[in-house]
Design a protein around this ligand. Sequence first.
Ligand code: ARG
Length: 483
Amino acid sequence: MSAKPRKPRPDAPAAPAPAGAGTGAANPLWGGRFAAAPAEVMQRINASIGFDRALYAQDIAGSKAHARMLARQGIIGRADAEAIVAGLDRIQHEIEGGTFQFKTELEDIHMNVEARLAELIGEPAGRLHTARSRNDQVATDLRLWVREALDALASALRDLQHRLIDKAARHAATVMPGYTHLQPAQPVTFGHHLLAYVEMFGRDRGRLEDARRRLNECPLGAAALAGTSFAIDRDETARELGFERPAANSMDAVADRDFVLEFLAAAAIAAVHLSRLGEEIVLWASPAYGFVRLSDAFATGSSIMPQKRNPDAAELVRAKAGRIVGALQALLVVLKGLPLAYAKDLQEDKEPAFDAAASLALAIAAMTGMVADMEADEAAMAAAAERGYITATDLADWLVRVLGLPFRRAHHATGRLVKLAAEKGCGLESLALAEMQAVEPGITAEVYSVLAVARSVESRTSFGGTAPANVRAAAAKARERFA
Ligand code: ARG
């Protein structure tokens, strides 16, 4: 079959260049072994500069630490190290000032920086890569980047917790229905409900902090995979870059991406927590519940239905969990079955990590704004708490406590009273005493006092329970625990 070249439609995606030998000069950084440049499609699949430019500051910090260490160890000259450090500082300015020219043919951030350094300072630039490889370099850069992301996300979660605690303290006595199976179960306070999320985000912070502790070892000096014959000082570069210690095994140092997995796992769990709260806000803000009103700043209108106030931000927070969980999945699959030590597969670690960090930061920020602004409709919550025989457990408990009934019998008697009330279309508190006594003869008028929802929440004084006094104390304690 002869392939007739077709004219591409103007809206068609760019056709891949023919997979033949490239034209032009070989890569200046490994030109010795190569006569020709790579195919265009080879460059496109290989290049990471489109995304790993985000590592520029970490790459430059790592290179400066490495150059200084090489000079202190007498491996390169002092003047060369000074020229390297000054050149790297200038490159950082160029990148931050937007004048740096990133080149796809130079593949990644490491080679872009090194090639520019050679343009700026000439021959000493070629000494920087002594006793180092891009394998330990990229592993170091990414650890530094993930470490910053962990810190920033933990601090953003802290802000969110404190907005939740503020709101919880204000609503320590605001009664709402508590649900199981999304059926009214027992009354709780809005403050208690919000503090449940404070616990979740506290554990998320703990996971980020744990991940940071294990992450904080320095791969630099592992070189390609086997270590180096130069008398480098790995403790010194580790210290200068804020790591606890150098990574112990050179092969593990270049092949390990557990620190990204742990970050993504912690991020995925946090995203799932955010999605649960996002879903609750969607429900609460719907007219069917009417428990909260979102501020104008965090609601959107409809282009066709003038009455709408849509909770788009809560919905998007709910949805971000999809891509963050996906990022964890993606990297787990990349790493599965990958033999030691470095393989280019590892380049696929960055985009999921970058996307997950940005998505989670945005979701936390949006949730923080929404929570700070949203107004609880106490009357709507109280009205909902009056429906659904929500104090039935209180009635059963009263039968146990006052009449000494076994709980099973109390449960049964209460069930019959709920059935009776449902048939009459009234609440438990509207049943006549005689009607109650027909079901359980020992019942006295005192029982009515436990049927009020406010009494119900006030009685839940066990540790971790929803009594307003508990919630006030729990909010105060949470401020300290999550300071
Ligand atoms: N861009 C590469 C990455 O992200 C850097 C390391 C390249 N190492 C190599 N041996 N080709 O993984």
